[in-house]
Design a protein around this ligand. Structure first.
Ligand code: ATP
Ligand code: MG
Length: 293
């Protein structure tokens, strides 16, 4: 797709392919995320969404294709991707369960402090000097996500929704320019989901572009400027939320019905209406319309 002059690409994935033996999990996917954007990535279970994230973040080395961040091709190594400016959360939460909430955020800062991870974990002398500034920033982030009051709690004792939020804070601690969120509201109640929506808007307003995977379509549609749809590893549609929502290929993918050569929604509605009329002549079929979500 074209990019406008007022925004510039933060992330550019080109021709990304990921094969596992005979299985092609990601098929030639292109995706761009521009500054100031929140982009959604949706698709049925097993569509390749997480695999694509893993290709973007160096967890997997794509079979083919390249990934650039702010115009520079990224080496497929997680720590280099993080220090370049991409942070992520995981579908299966990955926190240090026996560390406090604050310590988890501090670990997330290690790419931005000279001392590095081991010093942070071992608390060497270099670390103590940098610690005050780091703690301040970490507390700021906890304030931002609404967990400052639990800074000293062990992360394993947090309710699930708060663990997800803590993952976001830890990701933000690396001061990213792009945040990748893999199902940030999985397991959350509606209020927590709503709060997460606001949180992601606030993150975007701080100048961090966001790419988010989520199954909650309402959440995605409220949140995203643009949505890309993966089905069986292939990007089948990309566009503004309202356009994607109404696209019959997307509806078909979610309903699990084949879309090519199969009757469209209108034809199906006609058939249903005809059947209803045949079954009960007395009933008018005025309310029988093809519904598309
Ligand atoms: N390391 C791996 N080795 C082999 N196959 C894998 C590996 N990782 C993922 N796959 C396969 O790739 C496909 C895509 O999986 P992926 O987890 O990316 O889907 P997803 O879209 O994230 O699904 P969900 O919505 O359920 O999280 C699946 O068939 C999965 O089994
Ligand atoms: Mg996944």
């Amino acid at each position: 797709m074209t990019t406008t002059t007022s925004t510039s690409p933060v992330l550019e994935a080109r021709g990304v392919i990921m094969r596992f033996g005979g299985l092609t999990a990601v098929r030639d996917v292109d995706l761009t995320v521009n500054t100031g954007e929140i982009v959604g990535l949706i698709g049925p279970n097993g569509a390749g969404k997480t695999t694509f994230f893993n290709c973007l973040t160096g967890l997997y080395v794509p079979t083919e294709g390249k990934v650039s961040y702010k115009g520079k091709v990224l080496p497929p190594k997680p720590h280099l991707v993080t220090s370049a400016g991409i942070a992520r959360t995981f579908q299966n939460i990955r926190l240090f369960a026996n560390m406090t909430v604050l310590e988890n955020v501090l670990v997330g800062r290690h790419t931005r402090t000279k001392e590095g991870l081991w010093s942070a974990l071992l608390r060497g002398p270099g670390f103590r000097k940098a610690e005050t500034a780091s703690r301040e920033r970490a507390m700021e982030l906890l304030e931002f996500i609404g967990l400052a009051h639990k800074a000293d709690h062990l992360s394993r004792n947090l309710p699930y929704g708060e663990q997800r939020k803590l993952e976001i804070a830890r990701a933000l601690a690396s001061e990213p320019g792009l945040l990748l969120l893999d199902e940030p509201t999985a397991g959350m109640n509606p209020q927590e989901t709503r709060a997460t929506e606001e949180l992601i808007f606030a993150i975007r307003d701080q100048g961090i572009a966001v790419l988010v995977i989520e199954h909650d379509i309402r959440f995605i549609m409220n949140l995203c400027d643009r949505v890309a749809v993966l089905v069986q590893g292939e990007k089948i549609v990309e566009g503004p939320a309202e356009v994607v929502q109404a696209d019959e290929r997307v509806i078909a993918a979610y309903l699990g019905t084949p879309f090519e050569g199969s009757p469209g929604a209108e034809e199906l509605a006609e058939v249903e209406a005809a059947e209803a009329t045949a079954g009960d002549d007395a009933e008018s079929a005025t309310s029988k319309e093809g519904t598309a979500q």
